[in-house]
Write a protein that binds this ligand. Structure first.
Ligand code: HXC
Length: 276
């Protein structure tokens, strides 16, 4: 990554601060973790696959970060508690929690099983609450903040995304509720809604075939996002630059959601074998 960030912000902006990223072993979340590492943070990550976590931790250490990692599924509250305790022992209490772990796939609602819907809600929404709740004592101590990784599906219905849209809308409401309730502890709570981010698992799953290329032409800024675009927004929200910002959703999508999801619907229906 090019690290535009460090051309504009001091490399020690987060020195002595610990950032925990759920799902930080890959994709957007690893990109976010790298941006925090580039500005001096200690970085802790959790996920389900130990190899991914080990490789990610090495990449973060190459950027100068002290790291720790733990295998923890965000659906497992006790596993998160253990991961946060390990983080506290090794890197100190969490200053910024990034709730990034998510699950998604394309499925028209009429084909989606009850368990398929539940799985996505469990990972995205319950997982975000689990992490926030388990990190509360850390955040209270550090007067820290939470960043939820949301999606355009939270505020615009997308074809074959009923499960993800419901889950992410819940995440954003949780974000605002925690901003309201935990402001008195000095804890801020915000969301980022990334648009299509190149090279990610989300793009592979949600934009099969030529859907991505066709979609790109309709993005007002004319390109896909990068993981660094999301990481820069996260660093801003977590930093003193945003010290009076809480309860907000920052859309980082190059304007992709402005025209609505009609084009995506046509493209994805065609890609899934229906009428385009
Ligand atoms: C329909 C599906 C499905 C598919 C799984 N299911 N894949 N249904 N279409 N493609 C159903 C299964 O049949 C099962 O229901 C239920 O979902 C649970 O599946 P499991 O494989 O047992 O669950 P699990 O191992 O917990 O995996 C969770 C997962 C999986 C979400 C289903 O895809 C996953 O682990 N994803 C993590 C990585 C990921 O998705 N990254 C992309 C994030 S992109 P039954 O009824 O058969 O038991 C992203 C972008 C966000 O988040 C933008 C939009 C919000």
């Amino acid at each position: 990554m090019s690290m535009t960030l460090t051309e504009y912000l001091p490399k020690d902006l987060f020195a002595g601060k610990t950032v925990f990223v759920t799902g930080g072993g890959s994709g957007i979340n690893l990109g976010v973790a790298k941006c925090f590492a580039a500005v001096g943070a200690n970085v802790a990550i959790c996920g389900r696959t130990v190899e991914k976590l080990e490789n990610a931790a090495r990449a973060l250490e190459m950027l100068g970060a002290q790291t720790t990692h733990a295998v923890a599924d965000v659906r497992d509250y006790e596993a998160l508690e253990r991961a946060f305790e390990k983080t506290k022992e090794e890197l100190g209490p969490i200053h910024t929690l990034v709730c990034g772990a998510a699950g998604n796939f394309l499925s028209p609602a009429e084909n989606l099983s009850a368990n398929g819907f539940k799985s996505v809600v469990d990972i995205d929404l319950l997982g975000s609450f689990n992490a926030s709740r388990a990190a509360f004592e850390h955040l209270e101590q550090t007067k820290g903040n939470i960043i939820f990784i949301s999606a355009g599906q939270a505020f615009t219905p997308y074809f074959a995304q009923a499960h993800a849209g419901a889950a992410k809308a819940g995440v954003d409401n949780l974000m605002r509720n925690l901003a309201l309730e935990w402001g008195r502890y000095g804890i801020r709570s915000n969301s980022i809604a990334p648009g299509p981010i190149e090279g990610t698992e989300g793009m592979r799953r949600l934009a099969p075939g030529n859907v991505g290329d066709r979609l790109k032409q309709a993005i007002p800024l004319g390109r896909f996002g990068t993981v660094e675009d999301v990481g820069q927004a996260a660093v801003f929200l977590a930093s003193p630059l945003a010290s009076f910002v809480t309860g907000t959703l920052l859309v980082v999508d190059g304007g992709q959601n402005l025209p609505g999801s009609g084009l995506y619907t046509r493209l994805i229906m065609a890609a899934m074998g229906g009428e385009g």
